[in-house]
Design a protein around this ligand. Structure first.
Ligand SMILES: [Zn+2]
Length: 534
């Protein structure tokens, strides 16, 4: 295949000014001038005229949840676009009850309490009105809390006098009664198998349904230019889904898996290490969940949330457990990836890495702080010294911007999603969405990092702005580096996998406020056209 007549950003410092690129056997063969590349054409070469459009390497999202999104597509969409009020959510639940077999769980996703028009928080009472005898589970957009009805509490064995689980909490109304909100571990016991040592309280989707959801999810990602993802929470069930999906053809993007820490004993027993697999599906790091969510007000902070004495939730339970998990993952030869949002938990995590690396030194570990949202100069210094990588949210300023000042205050926001500071400190920083907790579109994230503007136009933490070139680097080469795959992907270089995106316009040349609107014309994975705009 030859794509010619384009504006090609190779992201390879060795090769600039190319107009055409040749692909052979799923790999880039060469980039260069039109004449040079066209001379390579044989009788069966497919020629694609770019007509001045921009061609870049495929986007790589270094932290998101493809497998989870696949299952989200099988549930009620309670996002504010679909359900602008609590009443809309209730009506959607009632409709779903009619569609589902008796006894089946009613599940919804995408609920955002700050964006529902009535600004009321959904409670167990609202859901009880829709169906008293069927369990209902509605997940918050942050992924770190959910609202359930009384039947779901009953099935979960959660009684009025239940003490909060370690690393989680049950929401209560002013009179002290359960309001149906499940925070952190209280929620995870409903959805995650393995991580609690028990099967999840909600039954899993069938493999057939999971594959159907995954196929749809891949189509959405491809249409936004994503060709590789790093799935940041993989369980035994997810591994089953991916293995089957690559056989059946339902998974159409490359996947690097961060496996939940609970599986470490099994991985260690089998001598698995980070990097096992192939260019499509690979065992990546070990994932540790240390604190809560930025958009869910559960990140673990040193100073409380604005107007409260709440400092968030240490989801891992204790600093001792966190350090032990880091040590075990590190000594087993894994890349250790710790979800750490708040500055307090980031400090604890850094101490854990310091101890682990001192006790058992290892070069090129590429351990990661997932999100690493609220930072300070002292934290930045320690990250640099430990040579850790960070994966801050790319699109949160744009998508969740309205929550930031009310939750965190203007001063703290100056040092949140600190892309500029990470780059200035020489810290390895990659592009990530945390989708479905934030939107997946890389172009929206690039716009967000470049403008630091919320969707309402409010500028938040302007000093953290980065350039379009830097943002493109984050979503290509730097994300490839975050999975030890910089020799395999991330740039248009001879021998690398032929993953690329054709954009109708050059993100460097349009108004920065319109980067997210640039149409994605075509996405190619491994030399095969997997998305084409109609
Ligand atoms: Zn995540």
């Amino acid at each position: 295949m030859i794509l010619w007549g384009g504006n090609i950003l190779t992201m390879d410092p060795q090769k600039s000014g190319a107009r055409a690129v040749a692909i052979k056997n799923g790999r880039f063969q060469k980039a260069g001038s039109d004449e040079e590349i066209k001379s390579l054409a044989g009788r069966n070469t497919k020629m694609i005229a770019l007509r001045g459009r921009t061609l870049i390497p495929g986007f790589i999202d270094s932290h998101q949840h493809l497998s989870l999104y696949g299952m989200d597509l099988l549930q009620i969409d309670c996002s504010p676009g679909r359900c602008p009020t609590i009443d809309h959510i209730k009506q959607a639940v009632v409709r779903e009850v009619k569609r589902r077999a008796p006894g089946e769980w009613i599940r919804g996703i995408g609920y955002d309490d700050t964006k529902t028009r009535d600004r009321k928080v959904l409670t167990r009472r609202d859901l009880d009105e829709t169906t008293p005898d069927r369990p209902v589970f509605i997940r918050h957009v942050s992924g770190h809390w959910a609202v359930v009805n009384s039947k779901a509490l009953e099935i979960g064995g959660v009684r009025e006098d239940a003490p909060d689980p370690i690393g989680g909490a049950y929401g209560r109304d002013p009179s002290g009664r359960l309001n149906g909100i499940l925070y952190e571990q209280a929620q995870f016991s409903y959805v995650l198998e393995g991580t609690t040592g028990h099967p999840p309280i909600m039954p899993a989707f069938s493999l057939k349904d999971r594959l159907r959801g995954l196929r749809l999810a891949c189509d959405h990602y491809l249409a936004s230019g994503i060709t590789s993802v790093q799935d940041a929470l993989v369980s035994a069930q997810t591994l089953e889904t991916y293995q089957e999906a690559f056989k059946s053809g339902d998974c159409k993007v490359r996947v690097y898996m961060l496996i939940a820490i609970e599986y470490l004993p099994h991985l260690r027993a089998l001598n698995f290490r980070t990097g096992f697999g192939n260019e499509w599906l690979r065992i990546g790091g070990i994932k540790i969940l240390a604190d809560g969510a930025i958009a869910g007000r559960t990140a673990y902070l040193s100073e409380p949330y604005v107007g409260s004495d709440n400092k968030g939730i240490l989801a891992v339970g204790s600093e001792g457990v966190l350090h032990e998990q880091i040590r075990q993952g590190h000594e087993a030869g894994f890349q250790v990836c710790v979800h750490a949002n708040g500055d307090r938990v980031i400090e604890m995590t850094l101490s854990g890495f310091e101890k682990a690396l001192k006790g058992f030194p290892r070069k090129n570990h590429r351990h990661r702080l997932e999100h690493c949202t609220v930072v300070t100069p002292g934290i930045l210094d320690r990250i640099r010294r430990l040579k850790l990588l960070v994966t801050p949210f790319g699109s949160y300023i744009y998508h969740h911007g309205e929550k930031m000042i009310p939750y965190y205050g203007a001063k703290r926001v100056e040092m949140m999603f600190a892309h500029r500071s990470f780059l200035d400190y020489g810290i390895g920083v990659s592009g990530s969405s945390d989708h479905p907790c934030g939107p997946y579109e890389p172009l929206m994230a690039i716009q967000s990092c470049v403008t630091r503007k919320s969707s309402a136009g409010e500028v938040l933490g302007a000093r953290q702005r980065i350039t379009v070139e830097e943002a493109l680097q984050l979503y290509t080469m730097s994300s490839a580096y975050a999975s030890f795959e910089e020799d395999l992907k991330g740039s248009i270089s001879p021998g690398k996998v032929a993953d690329l995106v054709v954009l109708s316009e050059d993100p460097r040349r349009v108004d920065p406020d319109e980067i997210k609107d640039i149409p994605v014309d075509m996405t190619i994975v491994g030399g095969e056209v997997r998305y084409q705009k109609v």
